[in-house]
Design a protein around this ligand. Structure first.
Ligand SMILES: *Cc1c(COP(=O)(O)O)cnc(C)c1O
Length: 339
């Protein structure tokens, strides 16, 4: 099967597994795993921040960030497509007892102006606007991204109004290979940053939360209470270090393959519209009465799997284990499949 369901489906390569086997480990709940400590320092330095925290998932890093930045009865401002709203089981309410204030942005992207009008005045009967979350790239937005020039006014606004700014950067590196912007420049604009190493970077498990020392100190407590304190986690941290060293630049190839798919799909008779392909996600709508289910069934018969993103909407995600040969095969099938 050629799997385009997500960039989370990758499996560790032999070199990564060997690197993991050689990891020196200890008990990370006591901060005594040298490989975890090394990965955390590496990531903090990458973004010009003081500290980082290794967590089992991006959901946990985002949820800890919301918990650290808010108090009950506060509110989080984000786009209505945001992962923190759509795909984290309503965790903002469950873990942090906060409200959410959704903005209808463009392909998952919101502006400083929209945020400025969303910030609530302080009254007893209103939640207190406390945190803004941006997602870069935006998953449900079809892999759309912000350039730092667009984030700067948002960061300035948050500082002016006393709001915290968190980045859900699950796929941030897919963006940075396109824009050429630096991780340090990203670090300057946000109070906290979450990155996932188990997406396009190809590690089996692992996300990092990055911020200043006080923030990470508190985050460590919340990680523990959420059940995310791992013991000899260095084996997993080694996989993440391997991925960060070896698999960042090659994300360009995934983005290019996604652009190829989007380009072809836009010309095909059964495709109504393709969302602008900016990184490694391709989302498209089918024409006439063709349902996503029917289309995906046909693709499956040809050995290709993707996911339904709506009744007539399909998502393909390119990744490390999607080879050139698979890519030619998919382009060929898309061209010739009869619906
Ligand atoms: C995948 C993802 C996450 C975190 O997902 P986990 O599966 O919990 O690691 C967070 N934000 C975005 C935008 C994502 O795509």
């Amino acid at each position: 099967m050629i799997n385009l369901i997500s960039d989370t489906v990758t499996k560790p390569c032999t070199d990564m597994l060997n690197f993991m086997l050689q990891a020196e480990v200890g008990d990370d709940v006591f901060s005594e795993d040298p490989t975890v400590n090394d990965l955390e320092s590496y990531c903090a330095a990458l973004f010009g921040k003081e500290k980082a925290l290794f967590c089992p998932s991006g959901t946990m890093t985002n949820q800890i960030a919301i918990k650290c930045h808010t108090q009950p009865l506060d509110e989080v401002i984000c786009d209505h497509y945001s992962h923190v709203y759509q795909y984290e089981t309503g965790g903002y309410a469950f873990n942090s007892n906060v409200a959410i204030n959704l903005i209808e942005g463009t392909n998952g992207k919101i502006t400083a102006q929209q945020i400025a009008s969303a910030i609530k005045p302080v009254y007893d009967w209103l939640p207190i606007s406390k945190l803004v979350v941006l997602e870069n790239s935006c998953n449900k937005g079809g892999g759309s991204y912000y350039e730092l020039d667009e984030i700067k006014p948002i960061s300035d606004l948050c500082k002016e109004k006393g709001l915290k700014l968190h980045l859900d950067g699950a796929r941030l590196f897919n963006v940075l290979v396109e824009t050429g912007e630096s991780t340090k420049a990203v670090g300057k604009l946000f109070d906290s940053i979450s990155i996932c190493i188990s997406k396009g970077l190809g590690a089996p498990v692992g996300s990092l939360l990055i911020g200043d020392a006080d923030f990470i100190k508190q985050a460590r407590r919340f990680r523990k209470v959420m059940g995310g304190g791992m013991r000899q986690a260095g084996y997993l941290a080694a996989a993440c270090k391997y991925a960060l060293i070896n698999n960042v630049n090659r994300l360009k190839e995934d983005n290019q393959k996604a652009r190829d798919l989007g380009g072809l799909l836009a010309t095909l008779p059964y495709v109504k519209a393709v969302r602008p392909v900016k990184t490694n996600i391709v989302i498209f709508d089918l024409k006439d009465e063709i349902t996503a289910e029917f289309f995906l069934d046909r693709m499956k018969n040809e050995g290709i799997i993707g996911s339904a993103f709506g009744p007539q909407t399909v998502r393909f995600v390119t990744h490390l284990d999607y080879t050139d040969q698979m890519h030619s095969e998919v382009l060929n099938v898309l061209n010739h499949v009869s619906l």
